[in-house]
Design a protein around this ligand. Structure first.
Ligand SMILES: [Zn+2]
Ligand SMILES: [Zn+2]
Length: 266
């Protein structure tokens, strides 16, 4: 048992992760279908019906595509901010014609911690072009884990939340040069590169070099673009930036994937 973090899926085609203590299981985002979520949970030995709650970072489809069905099937509490809920409900209504109803909606405010079982959840504001986007840290059984993806840059308040973490799930979205010469229309390239877009390998490397405290046993690189990045480019940039602080035992750099689960056990 103990504490674990599993990235079930990561990337622009869907994001979902699972944070577990010995007795609590929190799903972070529901960006893949209910069926695929169940399949990947079972593949790592988890029973979907044992989930305690779902927490949502923001309303973009790659983070909520499976939410309505998952919520209906599981009936567990769904945590999100009021603005995110409003944006999500409006988008659901526009696509299906019905205002979606959540059996158990729990509203939280960024910067205010809340408790799910024995996991303390701290949501913090991140710079991204959504209604009220957040990252999370999770504290349980003497450990601290962070999930920070979908952010245009790393402002000081976000860096503060990332201190003292045993596991860091960090966005390493694109290689700036690949994005520049890649197939996206210019307007999309500008959005991705903007202060409310996505974090580049380079920007994350700057964080590792200048602001990272070296505390994590595991660093999981996430939301890696399939069009504008390569997993080994992302890993190379991170490992180079971590430099001598990356040893065999600490700072293990792992790659989250779109198509399969990646698990870290503490
Ligand atoms: Zn996303
Ligand atoms: Zn997003």
């Amino acid at each position: 048992m103990g504490v674990s973090l599993t990235v079930l899926a990561s990337g622009s085609r869907g994001n979902s992760a699972l944070v577990c203590s010995s007795r609590t299981r929190v799903l972070v985002d529901a960006g893949i279908s209910c069926r695929e979520t169940f399949k990947r949970l079972k593949a790592v030995g988890e029973d979907p019906h044992q989930l305690s709650a779902i927490v949502i970072t923001h309303e973009h489809a790659d983070h909520v595509a499976g939410l309505a069905v998952l919520a209906r099937k599981l009936g567990i509490p769904i945590f999100m901010t009021g603005l995110t809920h409003h944006a999500w409900a409006r988008a659901e209504r526009d696509s299906t014609g019905d205002l979606p109803a959540l059996a158990s909606l729990e509203i939280f405010n960024p910067g205010h911690r809340f408790q799910i079982g024995d996991i303390e959840v701290m949501p913090f504001t991140i710079p991204h072009d959504a209604a009220d986007p957040v990252g999370f840290t999770f504290r349980t059984e003497g450990t601290k884990l962070a999930v920070a993806t979908d952010l245009g840059y790393l402002p000081p308040n976000v860096c503060d939340h990332l201190r003292g973490c045993d596991v860091l799930v960090m966005e390493s979205n694109h290689d700036v040069e690949m994005l520049r010469v890649g197939p996206y229309p210019w307007s999309v390239k500008q959005r991705v590169m903007s202060r409310v877009g996505h974090l580049s390998n380079h920007a994350l490397a700057d964080f590792f070099r200048d602001d990272y405290d070296g505390s994590a046993s595991y660093i999981v690189l996430a939301h890696i673009s399939e069009q504008n990045n390569h997993p080994e480019l992302a890993r190379g940039a991170a490992v180079t930036a971590l430099g001598p602080r990356q040893t065999l035992l600490r700072n293990r750099v792992m790659l989250a994937a779109q198509s399969e689960a990646v698990q870290v056990r503490l």
